[in-house]
Design a protein around this ligand. Structure first.
Ligand code: DGY
Length: 322
């Protein structure tokens, strides 16, 4: 019997690759350190049984058809899956999976890092010190804000929102949250108070976003929502860029309508909206919230496991099909 063919759209940690090779699969990896063009992707998927892809690959019906009738799974190397056309996969009987759990703690750590760096002006202060501008201690040098006793609004209480709350509690933050469903377990454990998004925006000193990108969450935070936030508040985004209307964010930060923002993801990734990089009241990181070696290894293992389970006729634990 022919070996199942697996195509990996970009080099990932070798532990997952080894798992696939140990199964005797014929594993091919894009050798280039860049996203494949559409044309290259269409060509490379021909005849494969499994596709291990990244959030930078748009996988739709055309790619699935180019792969052909053997394609059984599209395994996304990310927790977010807005790059996959799930309907197209379902229609063709193709499994689709993601890598939840893999990145929960790392993303929560990064969100907290952005929150702390915003409140305590760490990035600005670092630039200042490197530029040899520090000429001695001053009572008001880089005056920031306390984090303890402030209110953190968490929008989206999935695994990552939960993990952020656990950390925030240790920093003495009070927690309010919004999700499509109330979570009594969370309320009991963290003292988190459920509220509608508009109330959360009005009451929070820090707002952190942890929703998946879906039609209902695109531009969840726009002009109207930014206007509800406190003038002293900070907005943190480690979810997906289009959850924020970036043009509206630039305008709000320019007017100092909110104190600041710290974002890891962009509406037109990897492009930044005009004016974003010129603002001094925003911290920008290049979609690295999950970028720790331990997390990348876990993601590699989970993606490989999803493929192995599917190719051995099982329903993988991380199936995205409802
Ligand atoms: C994810 O997993 O969706 C992150 O955005 C990238 O690891």
């Amino acid at each position: 019997m022919a070996k199942p063919k697996v195509y990996v759209t970009r080099m990932i940690c070798d532990n997952g690759i080894k798992m696939l090779k140990d199964q005797g699969y014929d594993v091919k990896i894009n050798p280039l350190d860049r996203v494949l063009t559409r044309k290259e992707l269409l060509k490379n998927v021909k005849g494969i049984d499994a596709l291990l892809c990244l959030l930078t690959d748009k996988i739709d019906g055309e790619i699935m058809d180019a792969a052909g009738k053997n394609l059984k799974i599209v395994a996304n190397f990310a927790v977010g899956f807005d790059n996959l056309d799930l309907e197209a996969a379902k229609k063709r009987g193709i499994m689709a999976t993601n890598t939840p759990q893999g990145s929960t703690e790392a993303v929560a750590e990064h969100a907290m890092g952005l929150l702390l760096a915003s409140a305590r002006r760490i990035v600005e202060a670092d630039k200042f010190t490197r530029a040899n501008k520090y000429k001695g201690w001053k009572p008001f040098l880089f005056i920031g804000e306390d984090v303890h006793d402030k209110t953190l609004g968490i929008i989206g209480l999935g695994r990552i929102g939960f993990a952020v709350a656990a950390r925030a509690l240790c920093f003495g933050l009070k927690i309010v949250y919004h999700d499509v469903v109330r979570n009594p377990e969370f309320e009991a454990k963290f003292g988190g108070k459920f509220m509608e998004t508009s109330d959360l925006l009005k009451q929070s000193d820090f707002v952190t976003l942890h929703v998946p990108l879906m039609p209902s969450t695109r531009h969840l935070i726009g002009k109207k929502e930014l206007a509800l936030m406190k003038k002293s508040a900070y907005l943190i985004n480690t979810s997906r860029g289009p959850v924020i209307d970036e043009k509206a964010l630039v305008a709000a930060l320019k007017k100092k309508q909110i104190a600041g923002a710290a974002i890891d993801v962009y509406e037109f990734e990897p492009k930044l909206s005009p004016g974003l990089a010129k603002l001094s009241n925003i911290i920008l990181t290049p979609h690295i919230a999950s970028a720790t070696i331990e997390t990348r290894r876990k993601m590699s293992e989970i993606a490989a496991q999803n493929i192995i389970e599917t190719l051995s006729g099982k329903t993988p634990v991380h199936s995205l099909h409802k």
